[in-house]
Design a protein around this ligand. Structure first.
Ligand SMILES: [Zn+2]
Length: 148
């Protein structure tokens, strides 16, 4: 089995166990609460080469989504994927920082697994799709933002 530092750091043996642990940690609350618990307070739509991204912005974390992606399945998967990355960040003196060194393809693959598991939990998928498509969006430069 390929070992990955993050699984050892969180005291589990496999990536599915870690995904489940993370999903349980935020689960059972509305999606907006789950995102806020991970310091994610803004979702910003803008041009991107990738499907999404996570960025530190002072005391909060932002999720970036492609402004031209109108596919709810892609967007929900991307929100779940970026939420997965957020578990490798923590707050130190009020500022989010990366606690676990970036794990490259292992982390990317893990975040896809986490997203699928998380979206299948309760009403997470429906809530994310509602959030992305039905929330009022605020102007953010030339693009749009959802404030959580
Ligand atoms: Zn990623």
């Amino acid at each position: 089995m390929i070992s990955w530092q993050a699984t050892r750091m969180y005291g589990v043996r496999t990536r599915p166990q870690l995904a489940k642990q993370f999903a349980n940690e935020v689960g059972g609350s509305p999606v907006i609460t789950q995102l806020r618990r991970r310091n994610i307070h803004e979702i910003i739509f803008r041009p991107l080469f990738a499907s999404g991204g996570l960025a530190l912005a002072g005391s909060i974390i932002r999720i970036y989504l492609r402004h031209d992606d109108r596919c709810s399945t892609n967007l929900a998967q991307t929100v779940g994927h970026e939420l997965g990355h957020s578990f490798f960040f923590g707050k130190v003196a009020g500022t989010p920082i990366r606690l676990v060194p970036y794990g490259g393809w292992r982390e990317e693959d893990f975040c896809e697994m986490f997203a699928s598991m998380w979206l299948a939990q309760g009403t997470n998928r429906e809530e994310v799709e509602e959030l992305i498509f039905d929330s009022p969006r605020l102007p953010c430069g030339r693009y749009e933002m959802i404030s959580l």
